[in-house]
Ligand binder design. Structure first.
Ligand code: A2P
Length: 306
């Protein structure tokens, strides 16, 4: 089975969910100035045009070259049918205004009915999202492989896949998924799935690595835990930097989101130190393990992964 390409990644990327508008362009360009080289978007985020504009401007202003960047996008769940995969991929390329995507992910193992390119969440008469459940993730994967062969994308991978779904791809596909992008943080550190991915040479990329803290509810965030703050103080870092560094030291690639320049910088600086083993062990057990992102609108699918 082939690997999809030279699969070297920056150690941290920027999540862009909800980044929008002209301020979105400014944020992405600030991030490039600060040293971010990997950006994660998706067809369903409806912001590929913003990410693409910022990247194209930064390239034409000479801040960075295309080859230095790793651009990640994801196939929308309504484009899973093998006859629609290339269409979905070409739409993302058009919106990004780029010639190729570095890493293209199957956003979820669950397929939705296609109605039009703009209808992202088709509903049935019961108000549930309308599934295309006869499509297996492997059917879609085999069509994604063709996007690599056509040079539209450099690498392919998956997101929100469980172990048995990864096994199906490894058994039936021709190209090994480069990445499984999943929720991973102090709050849900995914030890079993991480170990499986690591044994199979699949990189684990972490969305929601900070546990999605909300500025007005910081008391509910694990970043606020006294024990975490004690460790942060020991290293002269913030809790967020410890939470990110924990993932980096587990060989996981975090993609934290931020729209604030100081926090963008702070998060990238999680690369400038290492955690001692004893603190890694403490962090393994610090936070009660609970998934935050349950994809609960997809539970009626036989491919629901959790
Ligand atoms: P902001 O955009 O104001 O920086 P996650 O990536 O886990 O989903 O978390 C995203 C949230 O975390 C955003 O609301 C972001 O807010 C906040 N955030 C990002 N970096 C930090 C940080 N270093 N410290 C505290 N909150 C942060």
């Amino acid at each position: 089975m082939a690997n999809s390409a030279n699969n070297k990644f920056p150690k941290i990327g920027l999540g862009t969910y909800k980044i929008a508008g002209d301020t979105g362009v400014i944020i992405i360009k600030q991030a490039i100035q600060l040293g971010y080289r990997m950006f994660d978007t998706a067809f369903v985020y409806e912001n590929e045009h913003i990410i693409g504009q910022a990247i194209r401007e930064a390239i034409s202003e000479g801040t960075v070259s295309r080859e230095e960047l790793t651009v990640i996008s994801k196939l929308g769940p309504c484009h899973h049918h093998p006859d629609r995969v290339e269409q979905g991929c070409r739409l993302s390329l058009l919106r990004l205004g780029l010639d190729y995507i570095d890493l293209y992910l199957l956003h979820t193992p669950v397929a939705l009915k296609y109605r039009s390119d703009d209808e992202l969440k088709p509903l049935d008469s019961d108000g549930k999202v309308e599934l295309d459940d006869e499509l297996s993730p492997l059917d879609t994967w085999l069509a994604l492989e063709k996007c690599v062969q056509k040079g539209l994308v450099r690498m392919i991978g998956v997101s929100n896949f469980n172990r048995s779904q990864l096994e199906q791809i490894l058994n039936g596909g021709n190209i090994r998924p480069t990445v499984n992008q999943v929720e991973c943080s102090l709050k849900f550190h995914q030890k079993e799935l991480r170990d499986y991915c690591s044994n199979e040479g699949i990189k684990c990329m972490a969305f929601t690595p900070l546990g999605k803290p909300k500025a007005n509810e910081m008391e509910n965030s694990f970043l606020n835990l006294d024990e975490l703050q004690v460790i942060a103080k020991k290293y002269g870092k913030t809790s967020a930097q410890i939470a990110l560094r924990y993932l980096v030291d587990l060989n996981v690639i975090p993609i934290p989101k931020s729209t604030n320049e100081a926090r963008l910088k702070q998060n990238l600086e999680a690369l400038n130190f290492e955690l001692q083993k004893e603190d890694m062990h403490k962090l393994d057990h610090l936070v009660e393990q609970k998934r935050l992102m349950t994809l609960n609108w997809l539970t009626h699918s036989k491919h629901y992964p959790f």
